[in-house]
Design a protein around this ligand. Structure first.
Ligand code: HEM
Length: 377
């Protein structure tokens, strides 16, 4: 079973080969919580995350060895399970830095990076508060859903009285690969997803597009990254009645192999200039792959790390399904550039609706003995 260290230069869960399962949670600090509460919480979370990612229970006594007259320190459902490649990634939302009634709640208002503001409203957005924003976030990824849920459950329990879950999302089936050692998975439209993603084996690309460099407006952020989360509903009932020609035209790739419609195999670079018999481009002007390509977006690249979700159904019997999109980038502008292009022109928009949105900064990794986000304080 894979095991990834919690401590390191960068937080795990970004270039780590994307695991199969996700439990993501956004938190708000409790009313009245102080700077000391926030620092203590980050300390406690870091110690717990180091234990959990090593496959251990949280707390000195864990799930079953504590005093008989106290609640167990660990909730216990991961006993006997391996680490399952668990990574725990912490982020800070714009609201954490905001003053409330002219009070700088945590004394960090002056340390807010200029880029850390709520994402703009994009054309077609149908955002709901219930899936948006938050003071803090935790992304827990693992190859066993019970291990990911155990992590979020215990971290939110540790937060009791200091922070409370605002919204959360379970994901199954990664919709990206972040390493060339992985095969490309599929999203709920049935297409391979992650083919042209940034991969861990491209350190120069990762350095240029994923990590915040030293010398940004906030020195504490060096080695961190920006996390965008978008809850995207898919109207799969409509999609499933759409003819194959239209499905492939929407993406600009074949459904079987995932090859660009300009020819070749999965990893052949798309040729956007190639035209068919009638002179029309083989990869349509409004196709997702053309509009999302760096060539159409001033070179912007993203490290995508999303998951499929199905959260029950509505009262018409339609599955509440979609893609929980997560991307990491050195600045939010990379995402907003691509998303603005997609929101305006993408033929996929007929089949999707963005209902949740959040932006967080993910600080650099913590050293053993320290805690995540320490340079901020
Ligand atoms: C590529 C699906 C949303 C950015 C792709 C591909 C598929 C896909 C099938 C082609 C294979 C690949 O290279 O991974 C979807 C679906 C979405 C979605 C089903 C929503 C339900 C988004 C969003 C963004 C985005 C919101 C960013 C704003 C990209 C990028 C590429 C890509 C950058 C690679 C383009 C290239 O360089 O060739 N997506 N996507 N996608 N997508 Fe999406």
């Amino acid at each position: 079973s894979a095991q990834y260290p919690f401590y390191g230069n960068h937080q795990a869960g970004i270039v780590t080969p994307a695991q199969d399962r996700l439990h993501f949670a956004a938190f708000d600090m409790a009313a009245g919580a102080t700077r000391a509460d926030l620092i203590d919480l980050l300390r406690d979370w870091s110690v717990a995350a180091a234990a959990l990612t090593a496959g251990r229970d949280v707390g000195e006594f864990g799930a079953v060895s504590g005093p008989y007259d106290a609640p167990p320190q660990d909730t216990g459902e991961a006993q006997g399970l391996p680490p399952a490649g668990l990574t725990i990634t912490f982020g800070f939302g714009p609201s954490l830095f905001e003053t409330a009634d002219a009070v700088d709640r945590f004394g960090i208002a002056a340390r807010r990076p200029a880029d850390l503001t709520r994402l703009p409203h994009f054309p077609g957005d149908a955002l709901e508060d219930a899936f948006s924003d938050g003071d803090l976030c935790i992304q827990a990824c693992a190859n066993d859903p019970q291990v990911a849920v155990h992590a979020i459950r215990n971290l939110s329990r540790i937060a009791f009285g200091r922070a409370v879950i605002r919204w959360s999302q379970l994901g199954f089936g990664r919709t990206s690969s972040t390493s060339t050692t992985q095969s490309t998975p599929r999203n709920l439209f049935g297409f391979k997803d992650g083919t042209a993603n940034i991969k861990a084996e491209q350190p120069a690309v990762v350095n240029e597009h994923v990590w915040v460099p030293s010398g940004s407006d906030q020195s504490w952020l060096a080695g961190g990254s920006y996390l965008v989360a978008r809850r995207i509903r898919m109207t799969i009932e409509t999609w499933d009645r759409t003819i194959m020609r239209e499905q492939e035209t929407v993406f600009g790739r074949t459904k079987g192999e995932g090859a660009p419609l300009s020819g070749g195999t999965e990893f052949t670079e798309p040729d956007f200039d190639l035209t068919g018999g009638e002179g029309e481009p083989l990869i349509a002007a409004a196709s997702h792959v053309r509009l999302a390509h760096p060539a159409q977006n001033a070179g912007a690249q993203l490290l995508r790390r999303g998951y499929n979700f199905v959260d029950g159904n509505d009262d018409l019997g339609r599955l509440e399904a979609g893609l929980f999109f997560i991307s990491f980038q050195r600045a939010p502008k990379q995402f907003t550039t691509v998303q603005l292009n997609l929101a305006k022109h993408d033929s996929m928009n007929e089949y999707v609706r963005h209902v949740g949105s959040a932006l967080f900064v993910v600080p650099a990794g913590a050293r053993a003995g320290s805690y995540v986000g320490a340079p901020l304080f």
